[in-house]
Design a protein around this ligand. Sequence first.
Ligand code: SDX
Length: 428
Amino acid sequence: MEKQRIATLTLDDGRKLEMPILSGTLGPDVIDIRNLSKLGVFTYDPAFFATASCTSTITFIDGDAGLLYYRGYPIEQLAEKSSFLEVCYLLLNGELPSDEQRTKFVKRVTEHTMVHEQLARFFSGFRRDAHPMAVMVGVVGALSAFYHDSLDITDPDHRDISAMRLIAKVPTIAAMAHKYYTGAPFMYPKNKFSYVENFLYMMFATPADEYVPNPILVRALERIFILHADHEQNASTSTVRLAGSSGANPFACIASGIATLWGPAHGGANEAALMMLEEIGDISRVPEYVQGVKDKKYKLMGFGHRVYKNMDPRASVMRETCYEVLKELKLENNKLFELAMALEKTALSDPYFIERKLYPNVDFYSGIVLRALGIPTNMFTVIFAVARTIGWISQWNEMMGEADHKIGRPRQLYQGSVKRDYPAKGKR
Ligand code: SDX
C-alpha cells in the first residue's frame, strides 16, 4: 500500500498542519486543504489560478503539452472520427456507445427536439434587435417553468430526461432566437434530419422553399460542436456546478452557464475575434494593431488561455477546418482567413506574446469558419452554447450523482470597515 503523501504547512507562530497530497490518473497532484479551517485561516486564490474545485472523470486538459481528452479520447481523433451525438453519449455516460446504444440515444434526442408551443410566446417580449444570447438566457431559463414531472434531481432518471430535453431543445431554441432576430417564421424540427442537419434546417430553411442541408456545412458544424463540447472546469461550467450545488433546477443551471459563456473573456471571444479581424481590415494594419495590444490598449481576442500555455489543440483543428471549408466553398482567398494567419504568425514571433505564452485558442478561427458557413456574427456564441450544453449537463450530472456533494460556498479576505456604531443625527 503506497504511503500517503503529506504536505506540511507551518505558520509563522509555529502551528503546523499536515495535509494529504492527492494524485489523479493524469495531471497535477492536489493538496487537500479541507482541514485548513482548523488553523483558523483560509487559502486566498481570486479567479482560482491554483484551485481544483472538484474531482472529475470527464475531460482532461494538459495546458503545457496542449492536450485535450474527452473521457480519455484525444480531441483530434474525436473531431475526425466521431459525431456530435456520439460525443454527447460519451461525455454523459463515460464510454462510446455501441451501434445499438447510439441508435437508441439518437432516437431519444430526436423525439425531444420540439419545444412546448407556449415557449414561443417568451420571444415576443424581446426587442427584435436583442442579442440572441440574451434571448437564450431568458428562454432556456424559462424551460425551468415546465417539466414538473422530472425535477427530483436526486433521481438519476429525472436527471437523465432533463439531460435529453436540454440536448434536444437548446438547438431548437437557438434557431428560434435567430429566426426571431431576423423576423422570419420559426421552423419546427424535422425528425428525418440528423442533429446538425436539423439545426441548420431550423436556422436557414423557410416555409416557402425545400431545404437541403449542404454536407460540407454539416460536417464542419459537427466538428465545431465536438470541439466545443466540454472543457473541464472553465468559468461557465464552474457556474453550472455552483448553481447545481444548491439543488437548483437543471434548466436554470444551464441558463446560468449560458449567461457566463456570453462574456468576451470566455465564449463571447469568437464574436469579438471576428469583429477584431474586421476592425483590422487589412494585413498592412497588423503591425499597428499588434502594437496597440502590446501597449495594453486592448487584448488580442481569440488569443491566450488560463490553462493552455501552448497551442490550444482545438485551434489547430479549427484552423484546418477553416482551410477545408473555405476551399470546398471556393472561398480560398478569404481576406479574414489570410488576415488571421498573418496575425497569428506576427503574434507567435513576437517576444510579448512568447513571454506570456499567448497562443491562438479555440475562438480565434471559429468565427471565420462560422462566417463561411453563413452563421451571422451575433450567433457565434450561441453556437458555442449549443455545443457546450452537453459539457455543462455532464459535469452537473457527475456532481449531482456524488452522494457527498455539498453546496459550494467560498469565503473571503475581508478588508472592509471594522465594527462601528450608528452615528447620532447631525454627526455624519
Ligand atoms: C474560452 O477556461 C476555458 O477553458 C475557456 C474555454 C472553454 O472551452 O471553456 O477554453 C473557452 O473562453 C477561450 C478563451 C477566449 N477568450 C479570449 O480569447 C479573450 C482574450 N483572452 C484573454 O482575455 C485571456 O487570455 C484569458 C481571459 C483567456 C485568460 O486570461 P488569464 O488566464 O486571466 O491571463 P492574464 O489576464 O493573467 O494574462 C497574463 C498576461 C497579462 O499580461 P501582463 O499583465 O502579465 O503584462 O497575458 C496578457 C495579460 O494582459 N494577455 C493578453 C491576452 N491574454 C492575456 N494580452 C493580449 N491579448 C490577450 N488575448
